[in-house]
Structures are given as structure tokens and as C-alpha cells.
Design a protein around this ligand. Structure first.
Ligand code: SAM
Length: 482
């Protein structure tokens, strides 16, 4: 019988079903415990430390109490605290990226994904290197600097050598002033050796969604294929870290199972990584199940409404204060706008979820993984962010400067964000405005850069950043970073 142990390397110990069920009982029993909830909010609030802030975070049990709380005034306080923590650690910058689908060949039987092996009518595609090149040029022409590559699991069609070759191709393309400077990877769970190969290929974050932490459901939702192996999937992040990847991204697919169970499991996974490897997840994603080729989300009983979704985001932000949080174009403009305030630090923009979709004039649907709700162009998303007073950032400096794993976390905690990430965001935004923006976007962007440069605390850094912005505006010099 498995017992709860965050330090164990066995999935059933660190995502322990009994512990999750006890957590949910505890949370339900304390959902109206005003004194406890107030004390948790007090514990989690940002405390000034030196130039920066310290946030204590919350355990999965504590955060589950906040999630269960249904007292309106306290929920308002929960949302307020999430906003404060977001600002303390991440400021008003939002990092932008796009997914790039390499291949939708897949041998798995995931019941919620249209790429499942039994789907015989979806168009199966795998990009050649020439097609990868065309996709990357289209993405560079939009202004993207950071990609997340996506592929189905198929050892014969999409072996690791294919993925590595694609990464090499992506990094090699320098088109006009463009470049992809960070490639994150979302491919199926694999071996330590293959993770090491990905690390050596210079990837940024390795992202793998758990889909559901509930083992019984997991086995039913993944009836066939290698992904059926719950333990192998759940222990993947440990193998990735053993392979030298210290930036890993967690996520569950909300809608498959009961959200409170998933929330506790997700936080236990984060606690496990911290306990074993000394560093928590670099990012947490919050995908929700969407309509797709032969998938109707209503077939699954656990869909969550927008308010619950917002509450989950706020509670993750409070519990794991320094993790990056990602929301994709699965969500519409209104949902994304609200989520940005509550803790999201990265969003995709101008996304296409089909294989080879960026090189097409009209959005193709035949090989799409799911419907995209936010169909605005990257330029529209960038302008919208600025109108909401968020700084769109195309920064990729941290991992290129070796600030990964706990080094990134200490940057976050030391308050150097305003002297480091903030100028980097402004310089990459200046690149975007000069090279790719529409006149309407540029008109909003330059005053924002002027305003935000003035907020850099260190005088010398402020001067250098202003000079680099001027260089970007007046020459072809690019890729400055702190
Ligand atoms: N094949 C890899 C794997 O198994 O992890 C790569 C992941 S897949 C290309 C990216 C993610 O899309 C999946 O992990 C899943 O959470 C999500 N996804 C699949 N079907 C979806 C749907 N119908 N709606 C929303 N997201 C979906």
C-alpha cells in the first residue's frame, strides 16, 4: 500500500490518492473557517525583503482550503492577494510565445484528443525540414522569438532524432531581423537519455501535461498506447531533471476530472519536485478541454465555468508564487484578460494548432488539435496587452544567460526583476515595434516604452536600456539583454 511521501520517486507515493482525498475532506471541513482562511491569506502575502519580496506560498492542503472557500468577501481577498503576488514577482510583463505543431501522428488512444490512433479521418501530417523552415519564417515574420514545439507520440514517425533535427532547424533560421531564441518542448514522456539529448539541443522548458492526476481516470482516459502507463507519465519530470533539464512545466487538462482533485495533485507534484530536486516547476499551464475533430467536451462531465477557472488560477498563483503561469489561445479574450491579472505570466498569441498551419493564408482545420478561441493576430494581442497596461515581452534572456532552475527562482525572489526582466522586456518590445508592429500598435507601444524605462530603479541600467532601445530604433542591432 502506497503512503504519502513527497520525497519518494514513486508516482503513487508523491501523488498519493489517499492524501488527496484527505486533503479534499479537510478543505471541505474548513471551507467556512474564516479564521483559518484569513490566517492563510496572511501567511501567503508578499513581505518586503531587501529590494524584493518574499512570498511563503501554501501547501496543497492550505491552498485547497482557499479553493473550497465560497464566502464572497473572502474570495475577493483571495483574488486581491493573487494580484498582489503577481505584481510583486512578475510585475506587469507578459511573455509571448506560439506553439508549433511538428507532427500529429500518434500511437496513443487518449479519448479527449483528436490525434488518437483510432481517428482515421483526421489528416495526418508531419513537417519536413523544409516545411519547418517555412513555418518558422512565418512565425518570425509575425514577430515571435519563443516557440513551444508539439508532437504526437509515435516512435516510428516522430522519433527523438526527428525532434532534435527540427530543433536544430528552428534555431538555425535567421530571416531578416528574426530569430527563434528559445524552443520549449511538449512531447510525450521519455527516457533520461532522450531528455539529456533535448537538453544538449538547447531546449528551454520541457512541458508535459499530466492530463489527470487521478490514476483510475487516467487509465480509462488513456486506454491504449505507451501513455497508458500512469507511473511512467507521472515520473517523467523526475527523469527530465535527471537528464539535466531544470526548467519543467506542469499542467492538467481541466475538464477531464474533478478540479479540486487535480488542483491538489498539481500542487503535490510541485512540492515533490521541490523536495527531490530543490526546484519547483518553472511553469504551470491551465489548459481546458476544447472541441476538436471528433471530440465533444460535453462527453466529459467535469467542465468548469469561467469563475471557477479564475479561482483556480488565483489559488495556484498564491500557492506557488514564483512559478510562471501559462494560458493558451484555448481561452477567449475575456477569459484571458481576467486571468492575466490573477497570475498568468505567459500567453500564446496568433496560434494555429494544425500541422503546417502558419504557412497557410487561411487558418486550416483539417489537422487541428483543438479549436482556438482567441483567433486574433499576434499584433492585435500585443496591442491589447498594452492597452490593458501589460508589457508584451519577447524576452528569452534567462536561459541564454544560464538563469534556469533555482537561479531563475532567486532572480524572482531577489527583486532584480525591475533591473533585469523589465529592461529585457522593453528592449524586445522595441524590436517588435520596429520590425513587425502595425502603425496602430507602434503608436501605443513607444509611449509605453518611454514610461516603463523610467521605472527601472538602477540609474546605470536605465541609461544602458534607453541606449539599447535607441540603437534598436535607429539601426539593425538586435538581441541586447541583461
Ligand atoms: N503527445 C504529447 C503528450 O502526450 O504529452 C504532446 C502533447 S499534445 C500535442 C498537447 C496537449 O494538448 C496535451 O497534453 C493535452 O493536454 C492537450 N489536448 C489534447 N486534446 C485536447 C483538447 N481536445 N482540448 C484541449 N487540449 C487538448
Amino acid at each position: 500500500m502506497a503512503t504519502y511521501d513527497p520525497k519518494s520517486r514513486y508516482a503513487e507515493d508523491f501523488i498519493n490518492d489517499e492524501e488527496i482525498r484527505e486533503t479534499l475532506d479537510y478543505a471541505a471541513a474548513h471551507a467556512h473557517d474564516v479564521a483559518l482562511i484569513e490566517s492563510l491569506l496572511e501567511k501567503a502575502k508578499p513581505i518586503r525583503r531587501g529590494n524584493g519580496y518574499h512570498c511563503a506560498g501554501l501547501t496543497h492542503r492550505e491552498a485547497s482550503v482557499l479553493l473550497a472557500c465560497d464566502i464572497p468577501e473572502l474570495n475577493e481577498k483571495i483574488f486581491d492577494l493573487a494580484r498582489q503576488i503577481k505584481l510583486a514577482y512578475y510585475g506587469n510583463r507578459i511573455v509571448l510565445f506560439a506553439p508549433l505543431y511538428l507532427s500529429n501522428y500518434c500511437v496513443n488512444g487518449c479519448t479527449y484528443c483528436p490525434y488518437h490512433a483510432k481517428n482515421k479521418h483526421i489528416a495526418r501530417k508531419k513537417l519536413t525540414q523544409d516545411e519547418v523552415r517555412r513555418e518558422v519564417i512565418a512565425l518570425q515574420d509575425m514577430g515571435h522569438k519563443r516557440l513551444a514545439i508539439e508532437a504526437g507520440e509515435d516512435p516510428r514517425m516522430n522519433p527523438i532524432e526527428y525532434i532534435l533535427e527540427c530543433i536544430q532547424t528552428i534555431y538555425s533560421i535567421k530571416h531578416k531581423n528574426g530569430a527563434i531564441r528559445r524552443v520549449n518542448v511538449n512531447i510525450a514522456a521519455t527516457t533520461v537519455e532522450e531528455y539529456r539529448m533535448l537538453k544538449d539541443a538547447g531546449i528551454g522548458t520541457y512541458i508535459l501535461f499530466q492530463e489527470t492526476y487521478d490514476k483510475k481516470s487516467y487509465l480509462e482516459l488513456h486506454p491504449t498506447g505507451p501513455k497508458h502507463d500512469y507511473d511512467y507519465h507521472t515520473e517523467a519530470m523526475d527523469r527530465a531533471m535527471d537528464g539535466g533539464i531544470d526548467d519543467v512545466g506542469l499542467g492538467v487538462l481541466f475538464g477531464l476530472e474533478k478540479y479540486r482533485y487535480e488542483f491538489a495533485g498539481l500542487l503535490m507534484h510541485a512540492e515533490h519536485l521541490e523536495a527531490v530536486h530543490g526546484v519547483g516547476p518553472h511553469t504551470i499551464s491551465v489548459p481546458r478541454l476544447k472541441c476538436a475533430d471528433d471530440i465533444d467536451p460535453d462527453q466529459f462531465d467535469n467542465g468548469i465555468d469561467d469563475d471557477t477557472f479564475a479561482k483556480i488560477i488565483a489559488c495556484i498563483r498564491i500557492a506557488v508564487p514564483y512559478t510562471g503561469m501559462i494560458i493558451s489561445t484555448r481561452e477567449n479574450e475575456a477569459v484571458r484578460g481576467r486571468a492575466l491579472e490573477l497570475g498568468i505570466s505567459q500567453i500564446s498569441g496568433g496560434s494555429r494548432t494544425s500541422v503546417g498551419g502558419y504557412d497557410e493564408e487561411v487558418r486550416p482545420h483539417d489537422s487541428e488539435q483543438f479549436d482556438v478561441s482567441d483567433q486574433r493576430s499576434l499584433d492585435e494581442v500585443v496591442r491589447w496587452l498594452m492597452q490593458l497596461d501589460h508589457i508584451p515581452s519577447f524576452c528569452t534572456a534567462c536561459y541564454r544567460e544560464g538563469r534556469t532552475g533555482d537561479r531563475f527562482m532567486s532572480l524572482c525572489k531577489s527583486g532584480q526583476i525591475l533591473n533585469c526582466c523589465h529592461p529585457n522586456a522593453l528592449m524586445t518590445l522595441a524590436e517588435y515595434l520596429v520590425d513587425y508592429a502595425s502603425p496602430a500598435t507602434a503608436e501605443v507601444g513607444w509611449p509605453m516604452i518611454e514610461r516603463e524605462l523610467a521605472r527601472i530603479p538602477n540609474e546605470r541600467t536605465r541609461g544602458i536600456a534607453a541606449q539599447h532601445v535607441a540603437d534598436i530604433r535607429n539601426s539593425n542591432r538586435r538581441d541586447f539583454r541583461f
